[in-house]
Design a protein around this ligand. Structure first.
Ligand code: FE2
Length: 289
């Protein structure tokens, strides 16, 4: 029996891990199904079996994806994946005691850089979040935040000094997000850093950070170590956040101007009537209202 009857959540695509590091043949934990699945690879492709049936499967962008329902659309487009000079780096799955939706929302938050990633992604001397733009792109059903700018003492593994980083954020589905960020070595292009979240239950998740970056100098180990250091700082904050479930009820958390993307993300989840990982509403309004 599934952990949830939330059809909006069941119908999403979820990452189970990176193809290059996948434990094919051993049972893999899945949150929404409430029991492990078995993922096997043969010459004719990858199959996912769970709850006695074959589940939808994709092996896109070096990740194994599955769904526990019927996805309305295929995996999102990522044109940067075809660029031959990009480094593809899987940073390993990290278990976090928090709702997957909290992980996505934290990833969208610029205001925490100076306090959580002090002297790396932000500086306590320059904590202001400049005005940026957010929009819901209805043709692709994505949330975008653009024209984000932030002073960063050490923006990436290849940085040798501070820079004003330009950012764009893109939420492609409730549990999958990515950011585009100016690389220190290629100011006219965008690094892509994705966070794919595999829910374990409503308040536990496995985060799969994934990078598609332009960095001709750093080693794989240096880039991955940088990303892991950043993510472990986030993990501490995420595991202490209360409530553990994402509140969608108006007034539970007061947004500031810096939270524009979070406000739109929550509104988008409400529009989808997604409830898995959200706080039960007590204002008498049903999900989706
Ligand atoms: Fe962070």
């Amino acid at each position: 029996m599934s952990l949830t009857t939330d059809q909006a959540a069941l119908d999403q695509w979820y990452v189970l891990g990176a193809v290059s590091h996948f434990p094919f043949g051993t049972p893999v934990e899945t949150g929404l199904l409430g029991e492990p699945v078995t993922v096997t690879r043969r010459d004719d492709g990858v199959t996912v079996i769970g709850a006695g049936r074959s589940l939808p499967v994709r092996t896109t962008y070096n990740h194994v994806w599955t769904s526990f329902g019927t996805p309305a659309r295929d995996i999102f487009a990522l044109p940067e994946a075809t660029e031959p000079d990009r480094r593809w780096l899987y940073c390993g799955g990290v278990r976090v005691a928090a709702s997957g939706l909290r992980l996505i929302e934290n990833f969208l938050d610029l205001a925490h850089f100076p306090y959580v990633h002090t002297d790396i992604l932000g500086s306590e001397e320059k904590p202001e979040v400049a005005k940026y733009e957010v929009e819901q792109r209805r043709d692709v059903d994505e949330i975008w935040a653009t024209k984000c700018e932030f002073f960063q003492p050490k923006a990436a593994a290849a940085s040798d000094g501070g820079q004003i980083s330009q950012y764009m954020y893109r939420v492609v589905s409730p549990f999958n997000v990515m950011l585009y960020k100016t690389p220190p070595t290629a100011p006219n292009r965008w690094d892509v850093i994705a966070l794919f979240v595999q829910p374990v239950d409503e308040t536990h998740s496995i985060a799969h950070p994934f990078m598609l970056v332009i960095d001709p100098t750093s080693t794989d180990a240096e880039i991955i170590a940088f990303q892991q250091m950043i993510f472990l700082q986030d993990k501490i904050v995420l595991e202490n956040q209360r409530p553990a479930l994402l509140p969608l009820q108006p007034g539970r958390e007061t947004p500031t101007r810096a939270d524009l993307s979070s406000v739109l993300y929550r509104r988008w989840l409400k529009e989808k009537a997604l409830t898995f990982g959200t706080e039960p509403r007590t204002d008498g309004v049903a999900a989706g209202a």
